[in-house]
Design a protein around this ligand. Structure first.
Ligand code: HDE
Length: 735
């Protein structure tokens, strides 16, 4: 964690934390203890230890004799250590989590009687775990992969889990295929290579053999596969659930979370580098934002379809490889999810949290989605081997409402239930079931008729239409990225059968795409489309739909590059304004010892030096003038690389005074720089000015392009996330 907490940020945090109303945090307190200063070291059985550093041994002044097995203290240390690990999750092993709250601002009572979705006065505590799918627990955060988005709502009616992803569809339609798709994606069996990647023969062999995966692999190859932050991803329940209202009417439903900060991604070169330079990038990013009081928020939405309309679509609404296009079924945003507290300890909270799609509360139910049906079996089952039968007693998993039943015993049971009976019905009528009025779960009386068979209904057989819809809906930049991603992945497949067949598969989506990929990776050049493109589009599929939220620099990391002799006025103006905008200023210098400003009027210890930290870890860079400082940067190869790389990764760059010339020289843009106001210049997200102006000292910088101030324009460029024009015009080649 950068641990940068300006006064302003602290104030915001305290103001907001006060209202987090976390019933679950209170619930956890009884199991939480501090390593207090005054507490002395004991064994697990409570006996204080006088020497925890030396194993009981036979020793004399000049001779070290054997260690004695009789030492209970030494044995306890080793025994406990030997058993510290539990099996990692079979998928989604790598992840991170945080606490928060959920609130509905518009009641959904027309479709459900679940109070968590109807009671607008209620605040429901949540725990959210984000994850990658394929990598092991110690793998890197920024690999190309689907991201998990699992939410546990601790409602007053019991726990409700939405175990979702950042992509709205899945690779397969039927749970029986899950072991195959995961085996094919995970490291190959003969050599356990590659780690946390889909770029290998088996994954793409599976994709070719399962035409139903076509839609999902297009999403996975898009920028959704390399998010900038967990805080900048959408979350989708993917499967079709159901809602029942007080009148007993049923609707099909899909759940959606859309981030307040917009949906943003890394660029591929950056994602690759970050995997080595900062493998914990996403984990730290979430922790840092929460610690700094910039709490991530998502709008919560539902798409609903009346039961009677189930068959009105040209796809099956129970097919998890299909989205429900917004023009047919608009999303209705009714609530907000906020994360506002980091965990106290990773293992008992983030590692031991366990989700189940089968955990729903009254008013919410399942559908006959064949993937969901299998998931409902799988999650509890996996918790049995990961955590044991009493996993729901673990503090992070237990509900905040009373739990009482006759499930008993099992390994590590620790609830002590008083009473003489452990069965129902019993002569004391203890622990009776609840009626629906008393919040008992309502089983919806669904009429089912059919033939028992191993097959699917007709509409499940169409596999390409929405893959085309997705491709058609992409911007040019997004299309380029998908093309490059496919070219990268198939380049890692050595087997010509695999890449050759996949190139042909791409003709079922778009001939141009198939030809571009074939040109890059080899394989027979396709000459005609595998099927006609229907030409339809759905704008909400493009990430660009979610980029233009209110411009903000909140939580964005801005590196300030300096050396001895920097301009203290420009430095302080930028540092102060970034902090005031709830961004994270990070001072980077040639060394981490004190750097002195021009004229010796001030000095600062940088947060990092150029080698220790990299441009990949920030969203933007700012370089203040100062003749001596800029001269030193110009001679420092790593500093120059910072500028080139940030430009190549399409990041905002701001520079004042002498630094403006340096930036232009390094990236070679002078002839197209335009003056946007007085002496503020902007070109491709590079904003420069001769000297910083007095109005930029103001803490409240309005973020706006074309205004008189330098910082206004620079912050606008940061808020745009990336400057895509650089890529479209082929200027980003120096990375
Ligand atoms: Fe999962 N999935 N999954 N999955 N999944 C697991 O449960 C499974 C699927 C998802 O942060 C496992 O507790 C089957 C779709 C997330 O702890 C396991 C099928 C979606 C997480 C399992 C699917 C997901 C998991 C492994 C096909 C998006 C991490 C550890 C029928 C909607 C939860 C665990 C966390 C985890 C099974 C498909 C999301 C083995 C059988 C579709 C976010 O039970």
């Amino acid at each position: 964690m950068a641990g940068i907490m300006t006064d302003t940020i602290q104030k915001v945090q305290h103001a907001v934390m006060g209202s987090s109303g976390a019933d679950k945090i209170v619930d956890l307190e009884k199991d939480t203890k501090n390593v207090g200063d005054k507490v002395q070291l004991t064994t697990d059985y409570g006996v204080k230890q006088s020497n925890p550093d030396d194993w009981l041994s036979v020793v004399s002044k000049d001779q070290q004799g054997p260690a004695l097995l009789e030492d209970p203290f030494g044995r306890e240390r080793i025994h406990r250590f030997d058993h510290e690990r539990i099996p990692e999750r079979v998928v989604h092993a790598r992840g991170t989590g945080a606490f928060g709250k959920f609130k509905v601002y518009e009641s959904a009572e027309d479709v459900t009687f679940a109070p968590v979705l109807t009671d607008t006065s209620r605040e429901t505590p949540v725990f959210v775990r984000f994850s990658t799918v394929l990598g092991s627990r110690g793998s890197a955060d920024t690999v190309r992969d689907v991201r998990g988005f699992a939410v546990k709502f601790y409602t007053k009616e019991g726990n409700w889990d939405i175990v979702g992803n950042d992509i709205p569809v899945f690779f397969i339609q039927d749970a029986i295929k899950f072991p195959d798709v995961i085996h094919a994606g995970k490291p190959e069996p003969h050599n356990e290579v590659p780690q946390a990647q889909t770029a290998h023969n088996n994954f793409w062999d599976f994709q070719f053999n399962h035409t139903e995966s076509t839609h999902m692999f297009m999403w996975a190859m898009s920028d959704r596969g390399i998010p900038r932050s967990y805080r900048m991803m959408q979350g989708f329940g993917v499967n079709t659930f159901t809602l029942v209202n007080a009148k007993g009417e049923r609707h099909f439903v899909k759940f959606i979370f859309t981030p307040e900060l917009g949906v943003h991604s890394l660029v591929w070169d950056e994602a690759l580098k970050l995997a080595g330079q900062d493998p914990d990038f996403h984990r730290k990013d979430l922790g840092e934002a929460i610690e700094n009081g910039v709490f991530p928020k998502w709008k919560f939405g539902i798409q609903t379809i009346r039961e009677a309309d189930e068959h009105k679509f040209d796809f099956d609404i129970l097919d998890a490889t299909k989205i429900w296009p917004e023009d047919l079924v608009p999303t209705r945003y009714i609530g907000e999810l906020e994360l506002n507290r980091n965990v106290d300890e990773f293992f008992p909270q983030t590692e031991q949290v366990a989700f189940c799609t089968s955990h729903v509360v009254p008013g919410i139910g399942f559908s006959n989605d064949p993937l969901l049906q299998g998931r409902n079996f799988s999650y509890h089952d996996t918790q049995l081997s990961r955590l044991g039968v009493n996993w729901q007693e673990l503090p992070i998993n237990r509900p905040i409402c009373p739990v009482m039943n006759f499930n008993r015993d099992g390994a590590m049971r620790h609830t002590i239930t008083k009473g003489t009976v452990n069965y129902w019905p019993n002569r004391f009528e203890q622990c009776p079931p609840a009626s629906v009025k008393e919040s008992g779960y309502l089983e919806y009386a669904e009429k089912i008729a059919g033939i028992k068979a191993r097959s699917k209904s007709e509409k499940f057989r169409e596999h390409y239409s929405q893959a085309q819809l997705f491709w058609n809906s992409m911007s040019q930049v997004e299309r380029n990225h998908i093309t490059n991603a496919l070219a990268f992945e198939l380049d890692h497949c050595e087997d010509p059968v695999v890449y050759g067949r996949m190139v042909q598969r791409l003709t079922d989506i778009d001939l141009g795409l198939a030809q571009m990929v074939a040109d890059m990776v080899g394989g027979e050049m396709p000459t005609h489309a595998g099927r006609p493109n229907h030409g339809r589009k759905a704008p909400a599929l493009s990430q660009t739909e979610f980029m233009g939220m209110k411009p903000t620099i909140a939580s964005r990391r801005v590196a300030i590059l300096i050396a001895d002799g920097y301009d203290p006025v420009a430095f302080s103006a930028a540092y102060g304004a970034v902090s005031a905008g709830l961004g994270v200023p990070l001072v980077i210098g040639p060394k981490r010892s004190k750097i002195t400003s021009a004229g010796g009027t001030s000095s600062i210890q940088p947060h990092h030096h150029f080698e220790g930290f990299r441009s990949t870890m920030v969203d933007a860079i700012f370089i203040p003038g100062g003749e001596q400082s800029v001269r030193a940067l110009a001679k420092n190869g790593r500093a120059l690389h910072w500028i080139r790389e940030a430009f190549g990764h399409l990041k905002a760059i701001g520079a004042t005074g002498e630094a403006a010339d340096l930036v232009h020289k390094v990236i070679g843009l002078p002839e197209i720089t335009v003056s946007i106001s007085g002496d503020v210049h902007e070109s491709y997200g590079v904003v420069t000015i001769g000297t910083i102006k007095p109005e930029n000292f103001s803490e409240a910088v309005t973020i706006a392009k074309g205004s008189a101030g330098f910082l206004e324009n620079f912050f606008y460029a940061i808020a745009q996330h990336r400057n895509w024009d650089r890529e479209l015009d082929g200027l980003n080649t120096q990375v």
